[in-house]
Design a protein around this ligand. Structure first.
Ligand SMILES: *[C@@H]1O[C@H](CO)[C@@H](O)[C@H](O)[C@H]1NC(C)=O
Ligand SMILES: *[C@@H]1O[C@H](CO)[C@@H](O)[C@H](O)[C@H]1NC(C)=O
Length: 523
């Protein structure tokens, strides 16, 4: 999941060595990926604990407050934890939990919100609710069908997906067809009237809406999302910083770009991610998406790859503002490793996979170095190739020694149970079969569960620079179950139809949406 409403620079304002292997060869490996059943079992136990804590204290509301054993309805009260966690329960083979989830999903009324004037995020509803529904449908109609005896309960998933998309489709009623970021259903159906939207929110619909058209036979959904996306593929207005690296915001009036800022963090991230994932979905139809990804990937390697002065062995991705780069990055951006690995595999271009492994190892360095064993929300470093200045400043005195050994310093120390670093390690393991990646994922799992286990579930942290995480934020967001625990589980689980096949000759049957919901590829 990607938090996109704030750029990471705004997040900062609001909040105030691992040895590299001798070689980064993508095929210097231990052969095909192998399961580790004991570790997979521990991850599954963490999922069951999380679900039970939610089910007892928060069901069928959106989000558990694990410390106070209460809840909030922060995703329109439809029960986002149920829908978002469904595909993980399916993959783990938890039939009883799947049954509890399907019973609730059948009762959701996606045509309204209980609260009047409750704002609905098109993007979040798409990646969590719509993605969960269609992916659950794919798997329960396909390889995991034995989990549910009464197949009419599975048919409900597709009906509910159409109902939700019909409600959300008013977002596209703008002058250009670039969707409004926010819709309302109660007391009247309407959009917010925003003059702009960001490219992550516009560009992270096309996979789910295209697949919904394929499943339902109703072309409308894919056409709406592809029309919005067309402005991102053929940019006008504020120029690209480099080929393929577009600005972060577009006008809903005419689809033109409103700035030339961006990077692989919130606000832009999953736009780039979906360019290559559409090609994985159907390489014939979405070749143009692939061409745009290649431009962005090559410009990223040429201009955004940055090495800290104290740890030249590390590679982080800078943000950009026009042709100026800023050495700042985020936990969200640590998914980039996985996306470069995927691009390298589907294009047969080793240079992208190698770069993806380099990024994955570097962003895991943040876990390795932080006192809690978990990487920060936002961090900075000094890039010796750039002029000194406010955007390229040395660490505060309190973090000088830390920066000298770690190659980064923390500017926002929270950890909200995010998946992206584990996501990249999953791709790295499926690519290489090298158990060092499983060991890194296991270290991350142990650190995360050690420090965040609290009350009736797992809680978000205030400050990963403290060994104990610096105190809890009383929330367990749905992506902990949907993504973080799913990627960790798949890293240790046996091969199956939904596992990514990233080694030579393999063809994946599923493409993972940005919320880790596997979508069946075309063909
Ligand atoms: C869903 O909500 C709408 C609007 O309040 C209502 O008209 C409809 O009857 C509800 N549907 C179900 C199945 O409860
Ligand atoms: C987790 O906690 C256990 C028990 O306190 C400890 O032995 C272990 O080293 C911790 N692991 C990590 C990765 O923090």
């Amino acid at each position: 999941m990607r938090l996109t409403t704030n750029s990471i620079l705004l997040l900062e304002l609001a909040a105030t060595a691992l040895a590299l292997p001798a070689s980064m060869e993508t095929n210097k490996n231990g052969g095909p990926p192998r399961p580790n059943h004991a570790r997979a079992h521990h991850v599954k136990s963490a999922f069951v604990t999380s679900w039970q804590g939610y089910y007892k204290n928060a069901f069928p509301h959106d989000t558990l407050h694990p410390i106070t054993n209460s809840y909030e309805d922060d995703r329109d009260g439809w029960g986002v934890t149920v829908v978002d966690a469904l595909t993980t329960a399916v993959i783990m083979g938890e039939a009883k939990i799947v049954g509890q989830m399907l019973d609730h999903i059948a009762k959701i009324n996606f045509t309204t919100t209980e609260k009047p004037d409750d704002s609905i995020s098109l993007f979040e509803s798409n990646i969590r609710y719509l993605g969960g529904l269609i992916s659950g449908y794919d798997m329960l109609k396909g390889p995991m069908k034995s989990l549910v005896r009464d197949s009419s309960k599975v048919d409900v998933l597709l009906k509910q997906a159409e109902s939700l998309a019909d409600s959300l489709s008013i977002a596209f009623d703008t002058a250009s067809g670039v969707p409004d970021p926010t819709v309302f259903l109660n007391p009247t159906r309407r959009i917010s009237g925003s003059s702009s939207n960001n490219i992550a929110e516009v560009g992270t619909l096309v996979l789910e809406w295209t697949h919904l058209s394929d499943l339902s036979g109703n072309k409308k959904y894919g056409e709406l999302a592809q029309k919005g996306e067309s402005y991102l593929l053929h940019p006008t207005g504020s120029p690209e910083a480099w080929p393929g690296l577009v600005g972060s915001d577009v006008s809903t009036k005419d689809g033109s770009f409103l700035n030339s800022n961006g990077g692989w963090s919130g606000g832009s991230d999953s736009f780039c991610e979906y360019l290559i994932k559409m090609y994985q979905y159907d390489p014939k139809t979405f070749a143009e998406y692939k061409d745009r990804w290649v431009l962005a990937a090559d410009s990223t390697i040429a201009h955004l790859a940055s090495h800290p002065t104290t740890r030249k062995d590390l590679t982080y991705l800078s943000q950009y503002s026009g042709s100026r780069t800023i050495p700042v990055s985020s936990h969200l951006a640590s998914f980039a490793g996985s996306n470069f690995i995927l691009g390298g595999v589907v294009l047969g271009e080793d240079k992208y996979s190698k770069f993806g492994l380099e990024l994955t190892k570097s962003y895991f360095n943040n876990y390795k170095q932080a006192p809690s064993g978990i990487g920060p929300e936002v961090f900075r470093w000094v890039d010796g190739a750039l002029p000194a200045g406010d955007d390229n400043a040395p660490p505060p005195g309190s973090q000088q020694a830390f920066y000298a050994k770690s190659g980064f310093y923390t500017t926002v120390g929270s950890y909200i149970l995010r998946p992206e670093t584990c996501e990249s390690m999953y791709y790295a393991y499926r690519l290489t079969g090298d158990t060092q990646w499983q060991d890194m994922a296991w270290a991350a799992f142990q650190a995360i569960t050690n420090v965040t286990r609290a009350g009736s579930g797992f809680a978000e942290l205030d400050d990963i620079m403290q060994p104990d995480g610096g105190g809890f934020i009383d929330q367990m967001q749905s992506f902990w179950l949907a993504e973080t625990l799913k990627y960790l589980y798949l890293t240790f689980a046996a091969d199956s139809e939904v596992q990514l096949q990233l080694q030579a000759g393999g063809k994946s049957q599923y493409v993972f949406n940005t919320e880790a919901h596997p979508i069946k590829v075309r063909g």
